[in-house]
Design a binder for this molecule. Sequence first.
Ligand code: NDP
Length: 465
Amino acid sequence: MSEHDYDLFVIGGGSGGVRAGRLVASMGHKVGIAEEYRYGGTCVIRGCVPKKLMVYASHFKESFEDAKGFGWNVGERDFNWSTLIANKDSEISRLEGMYRKGLSNAEADIFDTRAVLEGKNHVRLINDNQVVSAKRILIAVGGTPWRLDELPGSDLCITSDEVFHLTQQPRSIVIFGGGYVAVEFACIFAGLGTKTTLIYRGDKILRGFDVDLRETLRDEMAKKGIQIVLETIPEHVSQNRQGDGDLKIALSNGEKIYADQAMLAVGRKPLTDQLGLELAGVELKPSGHIIVDEYSRTSAENIWAVGDVSDRVPLTPVAIHESMCFIETEFKNNPTIPDHDLVASAVFSQPEIGTIGLGEDEAVEKYDKLDVFLAKFRPMKHALSGRDEKMLMKIIVCGESDTVLGVHVLGEGAGEMSQLLAIALKSGAKKSDFDRTMAVHPTASEELVTMYEPSYRIKGGKRIG
Ligand code: NDP
């Protein structure tokens, strides 16, 4: 008989927590898991999955328009927000059910409650007013949108938590931020016909991405009618009683904007407040993230943390990978360090971004000689659709070793491409490997294996032709 109620107790039922709970329970260990909101976590319930469904919905507007050039006569179009939200909700409920089913089939104990630590081996289940003990504890509580409390009127704004549950489609929306969430929702709302304005404090959206992606996406979004206001922050949000929008937003550039909704997309913070971490000896960074070692172990020996609550790469597949490595290390006697190198990612903007590896600016900081291959072209589809939209592909290569350091794609299918490019780059692909790969014709991605001559070279940070 074990001295603890559980071999593993997981706090947080998102992607990382559920994966660990299900697999460890299926190995025959006694597992408990607690989630205070809904099983599935941010990704499934109010993040990646519902967002992607809304992205699909928003694509139809352009598809209907593009159809004309191919001979289709698409009649009256009418978009019904309530139908989209209801259908999205039922799909999310189905997925949530599958997460629960996976856990119960594995015979994990599922608790629908907030859980807090009461020491190194004890967890209080708030709703049940019960304390359980566990040999090991995994913290996978994720994060929450930052609500920019210092902005007067921020309580009038929505975040990505509320955006999926609006009862009405806003006629107009102002989105603050220039990262993943801001850009993706600006494109969703514009595609669905909402008048959309993006307000970003920097001079180029999507900081951290390759510069050509940033500039080309900005241009393409502007062509779709999204107003992008740069180097500007909101100063005040208030109710508006006139007819041109429910909110009045005063900006640092002196302008005022009226809109039905204002959305904060200014980043996320870890959900570590009042989790009892200090009682268990779990240390935090000043940002509130849990400090972990390379195996995801916290400063308390039997407590581990995976996913967004630790300050690594805040993406769903990374959280799942960290959980799998935790299981290898702690339950399979196979110490495994999560691999955070060369993580591909997609931004479901319109056009979409798929990216892996170093952008040009980062590559310049790390390498003396670079060869850059850049193609910007009109995709074949738009020859008949008539749409003025560019596709971009960029390959950054080490001028000395010929290793491909980064590949960046903007355009239809870019996210799918980045998954396959990731395999090549993880395998250490050289540019010569790209060159000897036969093109698949006619595709857009064939451009990636047919750019034989560099568009320009860089030495010591300077373009040399
Ligand atoms: P990001 O970190 O991507 O972007 C936050 C944005 O808010 C940045 O543009 C930032 O500006 C701006 N910002 C921060 N503080 C302020 C401030 N005080 N005033 C004005 N602007 C501010 O966060 P997101 O919330 O968009 O996304 C969170 C994470 O979720 C991402 O990092 C990503 O890992 C993940 N995600 C992934 C998706 C995907 O894989 N497709 C989709 C959505 C989210 P600056 O750049 O100048 O700091």
